[in-house]
Design a protein around this ligand. Structure first.
Ligand code: FES
Length: 112
């Protein structure tokens, strides 16, 4: 497992009162990738998780999406649901270490 620091972090919005969640946008340099990847980090109940900022369907930028009930986000373009927290989560685990977001990343062929 590698620990990858998230750089250039921007808070997306204030606390989402409906789901009591927060989100940030940042960039990660994954091994073997030439350019940093844009990610979204979500916080809920003290847990953090990251997803790629672009929809896996056709690449819509999900930066404006908030966490919804059920711990998912819904892509506004065609409605793809992406699970952020829970057993079905499609996210990467994140820890907050000395004020720095760090992604816990296990290299596989499918997780980039
Ligand atoms: S681009 Fe997100 S659902 Fe199509």
């Amino acid at each position: 497992m590698l620990l990858l620091a998230v750089e250039n972090i921007i808070a997306n919005k204030s606390l989402n009162s409906e789901t009591a969640s927060e989100s940030w946008t940042g960039f990660i340099k994954f091994p073997k990738k030439r350019h940093p990847s844009k990610v979204l980090i979500f916080q809920k109940e003290g847990r953090y998780a990251a997803i790629h900022a672009y929809c896996p369907h056709e690449g819509y930028d999900l930066s404006s999406c908030s966490l919804q009930e059920g711990n998912v986000i819904e892509c506004p373009l065609h409605g793809k649901i992406i699970s952020v927290f829970g057993e079905e989560a499609e996210s990467l685990p994140v820890i907050l270490e000395n004020g720095q977001f760090v992604i816990q990343w296990v290299e596989t062929d499918s997780k980039q």
